[in-house]
Design a protein around this ligand. Structure first.
Ligand code: SF4
Ligand code: SF4
Length: 333
């Protein structure tokens, strides 16, 4: 995939200092608006161990949300009517024993529920009815598929993952997921296979649609392009190749101030497996909690208390503002 080339000026003094970079464009400090999305990371356990994973998830990870923390999440959700969307992520969120309880209860509360699904989980033991469960509860599926070709997918995600992903997408399509006009939303996620920015989202979506329809008969709603964040496993990958500094410079030099109004941290709160509160899943992986005195879900009466609060930032934030911008919902501009 070609890299996007947006050359936007930035003063050398602001290199790697995100707040200074925003200030140079009169966009600092970064503050949350109304919180409307609660993203819950139910743990690092995953059936895969992808090279780019910012969670460093895998089959041997033991950090997993307990029943008690899941119960508190649901209590807070019930007490926070402004939260319209519950976004479940991991690891493979479906591997958490509380996953289905959280889904059922959040749907009973009338909230939109998103499952960030790696697709191969559908073929793990005990998951034979997972796709049907998701469809029956009108859960939206956001599925990782970093390319429409087997080679690129397997380079990032492991041998055999592409064929299983296609089989899983067929299973979801058969349940109505991704069909034009279907209430069952199925979005795919692209992230670059190396140290470059994602291509423009709309033309790449058109190419994905054409190739997946023609080669595999697969339908989906939207393609979401996500920039690789320079943290955890992807940072290790960059460091091992001596590319970390060049990648940071790429992100910094492509800072696009038009993205800042749409950064996901402005309307989202992230909860870790142990109930700690973060401004986003990336800050969570860096163990950078929300600023302020309430640091866990046990210290809040309602999630609305963090509307308007300051946001903790770091140099990784340049990953969200580079080029057309990036978020869990894809490109920002
Ligand atoms: S990228 Fe997703 S599927 Fe891959 S190891 Fe991380 S959480 Fe699991
Ligand atoms: S990394 Fe998180 S806190 Fe930083 S800009 Fe992106 S969403 Fe906001």
């Amino acid at each position: 995939m070609p890299a996007v080339r947006h050359r936007l000026p930035i003063a050398p003094a602001t290199l790697h200092d995100f707040d200074a970079g925003l200030a140079a464009h009169h966009r600092a400090p970064l503050q949350r608006g109304l919180v409307t999305t609660l993203q819950v990371n139910v743990g690092k356990l995953c059936n895969q161990a992808c090279h780019h994973c910012h969670v460093e998830a895998g089959p041997k990870r033991t950090e997993i949300m307990s029943e008690a923390v899941a119960t508190r999440v649901l209590e807070l959700l019930a007490a926070s009517p402004q939260i319209t969307t519950l976004d479940l992520t991991g690891g493979a969120p479906e591997m958490n024993p509380s996953f289905r309880r959280i889904v059922v209860e959040a749907r009973r509360l009338g909230r939109r529920v998103i499952d960030r699904c790696n697709l191969t989980i559908l073929f793990e033991p005990g998951m034979a009815d997972l796709a049907t469960f998701l469809a029956e509860h009108d859960v939206e599926v956001v599925a990782s598929l970093p390319c429409y070709t087997a080679d690129n997918v397997e380079q990032q995600r492991g041998h055999g993952v592409f064929a299983k992903s296609i089989a899983a997408l067929r299973q979801l399509n058969a349940l109505g997921y991704g069909a034009p006009g279907s209430p069952h939303a199925l979005d795919l996620v692209y992230n670059p296979g190396g140290a470059f920015l994602p291509p423009a989202q709309a033309p790449l979506e058109a190419t994905y649609r054409d190739r997946l329809r023609r080669d595999h008969g697969i339908e989906f709603r939207h393609l979401l392009t996500i920039t690789n964040m320079p943290i955890k496993r992807f940072a290790d990958y960059l460091n091992a190749r001596g590319e970390y500094d060049a990648y940071m410079s790429l992100l910094v030099n492509h800072l696009n101030p038009a993205t800042t109004d749409h950064l996901m941290c402005r309307s989202l709160l992230s909860v870790g497996w142990d109930g700690t509160l973060y401004d986003c899943d990336f800050n969570q992986m860096l163990e950078l909690p929300v600023p302020g005195s309430a640091r866990t879900i046990f210290e809040l009466g309602t999630l609305g208390e963090l509307s308007g609060a300051p946001i903790a930032t770091g140099e990784h934030c340049f990953g969200c503002t580079a080029g057309t911008g990036s978020s869990c919902g894809g490109s920002l501009t």
